[in-house]
Design a binder for this molecule. Structure first.
Ligand code: AHR
Length: 499
């Protein structure tokens, strides 16, 4: 099969906001306890954080991490996780039916993020709590000194304010599973008033309002419009969440789920612009795709979990090779929409539906999905170029007109680097991808990285962590202003050029 990709500097999608390579740590399962934090582990640092995990996180180059939930945040009392560790309360946690020990809280997570070279995207509880507690938390985190909560932070050993820029106004408040879920009007009102008091206290912050918890919600669309009608002047982003799975073992359809993500993004952008129009506003609301991933492998095991354990094995999806291809397609889709999507969080980061896994007292390793994320985060910065792709297509029962080749290029002028990310969705055939480089004179091939495996269901494990890893032996030839890259059947490719 043949396909073609035309890239031109004069046709940018937009500048890639590096925060699209964000991730997420929730107090859930072993994400925190046994994931990032394990004081008795041989690699633990002075605060009990696993250094082996931090090293892997750093490889992903994650600029922002959403915290502390997720469903968890809707019942969270942030004060529980501050002050003397020996006096912190153990509480039944109602979102995931576990015991929360509060050994790690706001202060420790700030410290962890610093050590992982990242920033925190902080969520506030708009389930059991409201504007008062959100403003207190903001005062604790961002106010310099001389007030009750800022001085409490200082007394707890954190002299300098955390200066957290991005705040989420609750989480998935439309979901019946959410602690104290709300109707769109109820949520819109409380989000509006919370946003107002928070911005009165610190006008430099950016706020994310909750969109629908998925495209499948019956209230989707109306929810977004109503919430924005209440909050438009006070918020900066609307959230999108989406998880994908190959429940029917139909790989061809599964590989096409990024087309649904694309449709979702475009629909939400259209709703934001509808509210912009009726409000006669000049302000554009941007999108924060702050939960996205593959999530289905662990569903059955989780339904059998015994309640009220501490840090159980929960949502521990073991990702296979085809999941990595899907994550690659989803990353390309985020890049294709980077004019509107300014933040995105791979949900999540460690142990819980995560690219990084650990064994308690044992090793940490990278799952298959680690690699496309690492490549995109490392090389997909700068300007995303409008991808003009000519590719054969295929159809599935649900989704039609699926191009075999999903691709995009990013141009980093500062580094003089052009990176092409491409997935070949074909399960049968290689594709010769012609990349038109006429706008990039003297492009020199740096490398062609490939993630491939004969077995779509191959996985990495603690015992065999290198079963699915990328190699640099991709076949690309450059001839004048044309590069021809061989995209092997079902493969993820990164073709890098120096300009
Ligand atoms: O990421 C796991 C869960 O998925 C989050 O807690 C919730 O927001 C979503 O439903």
């Amino acid at each position: 099969m043949r396909a073609k990709l035309i890239l031109n500097k004069d046709f940018p999608v937009g500048k890639v906001d590096e925060r699209i390579y964000g991730s997420f740590i929730e107090h859930l399962g072993r994400a925190v306890y046994g994931g990032i934090y394990e004081p008795n582990h041989e690699t633990a640092d002075d605060q009990g954080f696993r250094k082996d995990v931090i090293e892997l996180v750093k490889k992903l180059n994650i600029p922002i991490v959403r915290y502390p939930g997720g469903n968890f945040v809707s019942g969270y009392r942030w004060e529980d996780g501050t002050g003397d560790k020996t006096k912190r309360p153990r509480r039944p946690e109602l979102a995931w039916h576990v015991i929360e020990t509060n050994e790690v809280g706001i202060d420790e997570f700030q410290e962890w993020a610093k050590r992982a070279d990242s920033q925190v995207m902080q969520a506030v509880n708009l389930g059991t709590r409201g504007p008062e507690e959100a403003r207190n938390l903001l005062e604790y985190c961002n106010f310099p000194k001389g007030t009750y909560y800022s001085d409490l932070r200082r007394a707890n050993g954190y002299e300098e304010p955390f200066d957290i820029k991005v705040w989420c106004l609750g989480n998935e408040m439309d979901g019946p599973w959410q602690i104290c879920a709300k109707t769109a009007d109820e949520y819109g009102r409380i989000a509006c008033e919370t946003a107002k008091v928070m911005k009165e206290l610190d006008p430099t912050i950016e706020l994310v309002a909750c969109g629908s918890s998925s495209l499948g919600m019956s209230t989707f669309g109306k929810w977004e419009a109503t919430v924005l009608e209440h909050t438009y002047p006070y918020v900066d982003y609307l959230s999108l969440h989406s998880y994908y799975g190959n429940r029917e073992n139909d790989t061809k359809a599964f590989l096409a789920c990024s087309l649904e993500m694309d449709k979702f993004i475009k629909s939400v952008a259209a709703i934001c612009d509808y509210v912009k129009a009726i409000k006669r506003s000049d302000k554009t609301i941007y999108l924060s795709f702050d939960e996205w991933n593959v999530w289905f492998h662990s569903n059955e095991a989780d339904s059998k979990l015994e309640w009220w354990q501490t840090a159980p094995h929960q949502l521990e999806d073991v990702y296979n090779f085809e999941d990595a291809l899907v994550v690659g397609c989803l990353l390309i889709t985020l890049l294709k929409n980077c004019d509107r999507v300014k933040m995105a969080c791979l949900a999540q980061l460690v142990n819980v539906i995560a690219p990084i896994m650990t064994e308690n007292g044992g090793p940490a390793w990278a799952q298959t999905i680690f690699y496309p994320f690492m490549h995109a985060s490392q090389y997909g910065r700068g300007i995303a170029l409008v991808p003009i792709v000519k590719s054969d297509i295929y159809h599935t029962e649900k989704i039609k007109e699926i191009p075999y080749v999903e691709a995009i290029g990013t141009y980093n002028e500062e580094k003089r680097e052009l990176s092409v990310f491409a997935v070949n969705r074909s399960l049968e055939e290689a594709v010769d991808l012609e990349i038109d480089l006429r706008d990039f004179e003297n492009a020199v091939l740096t490398e062609h990285l490939v993630l491939e495996h004969v077995d779509l269901k191959a996985v990495n494990t603690a015992q065999n962590p290198n079963e699915v890893v990328p190699h640099g032996k991709g076949n690309t030839e450059v001839n004048a202003s044309l590069a021809t890259a061989v995209l092997n059947k079902h493969s993820w490719n990164v073709i890098r050029f120096h300009i």
